[in-house]
Design a protein around this ligand. Structure first.
Ligand SMILES: NC(=O)c1ccc[n+]([C@@H]2O[C@H](COP(=O)([O-])OP(=O)(O)OC[C@H]3O[C@@H](n4cnc5c(N)ncnc54)[C@H](OP(=O)(O)O)[C@@H]3O)[C@@H](O)[C@H]2O)c1
Length: 264
């Protein structure tokens, strides 16, 4: 008898009925993933610092029948994050999926950058990941049903770049944190923790790189076997996979989400 359950295969990619918390939900990747969770039948709990944008997202999603809510919080402020988790539990009773999609960069040569500016990037991209994961993990452990955590980091977590001593270091730290959290949380508590490492995805900040006549675009394509830069929807399938039971055996990893950037 071949040992695989039909019901498992039919449902393994489902996030239906799960409660998915999305940080940076106001951003290019976060808003697309939040809506995708909603379309997939999850209850979506969005967070960010910009109340106006969060309210607009809630209005848009609810008009499409998505069950969602938001809470304004800064992910690097411990009290904000405690209140965020409490608000999600008050609204939906639990947290099953965490997708960390917030992030920040202010590139500067180390010779010109202040220590304060470097620390700001570290706090926005690394300390915040620790704080959000810590308090969501506490909640997931208390629920006793496992969970899924997906942290969006960057291809810059694995290689340096001029002006990126803050960003590369913080994203590299977040990737290693993901691997360490998996050691703390997966075997004992059933919480899978993985990161997705994107290259250039279209956003307000990266729009200028998408000009096909620009040198930046042409140079990027030399290293992109996929033949184009990425749209936010390009990472949705991978993120949903890591949020579902189909990825039950995957934890502690930093997954390439780059159109093959590493291959040439
Ligand atoms: N787009 C890309 O090409 C690309 C490439 C590699 C990696 N990434 C990473 O992928 C994630 C999502 O990228 P994205 O393109 O969606 O970014 P984005 O559009 O710039 O949005 C990120 C969100 O993060 C929040 N944020 C900004 N500064 C913050 C700070 N100092 N502290 C806390 N939150 C802050 C903002 O929400 P609020 O203002 O509402 O708080 C913003 O909407 C980020 O971690 C980014 O580094 C993106």
């Amino acid at each position: 008898m071949v040992n695989v359950e039909k019901s498992f295969v039919n449902n393994m990619f489902s996030v239906e009925g799960k409660v998915a918390m999305v940080t940076g939900a106001t951003g290019a990747l976060g808003c697309v993933l939040a809506k995708a969770y909603g379309y997939a039948g999850a209850k979506v709990f969005m967070t960010g610092r910009n109340e106006k944008k969060l309210q607009a997202l809630q209005d848009e999603f609810e008009a499409e029948g998505i069950d969602c809510a938001f809470f304004v919080a800064d992910p690097q402020v411990e009290d904000d994050v405690k209140a965020l988790v409490a608000a999600c539990v008050a609204k939906y009773g639990e947290v099953n999926i965490l997708a960390i999609c917030h992030g920040y960069n202010k590139p500067a040569n180390i010779l010109d950058q202040s220590v304060e500016d470097w620390q700001f990037i570290m706090d926005a991209d690394c300390k915040s990941v620790y704080i959000v994961c810590k308090y969501v993990a506490e909640q997931m452990v208390a629920q006793g049903k496992g969970g899924k955590m997906i942290v969006v980091t960057s291809q810059r977590s694995k290689r340096g770049m001029a002006g990126y001593t803050g960003y590369c270091t913080s994203k590299g730290g977040a990737d290693l944190m993901v691997s360490s959290m998996a050691c703390d949380l997966t075997a004992k508590y059933g919480i899978n923790v993985n990161s997705l490492c994107p290259t250039v995805f279209r956003s307000d900040l990266t729009e200028w790189m998408f000009d096909p006549d620009s040198e930046v675009y042409k140079n990027f394509l030399k290293r992109e076997p996929i033949g184009r830069l990425a749209e936010p929807s390009d990472f949705v399938g991978f993120a949903l996979f890591l949020s579902s039971e189909a990825s039950a055996f995957m934890t502690g990893a930093n997954y390439d989400c780059s159109g093959g950037y590493l291959t040439c």
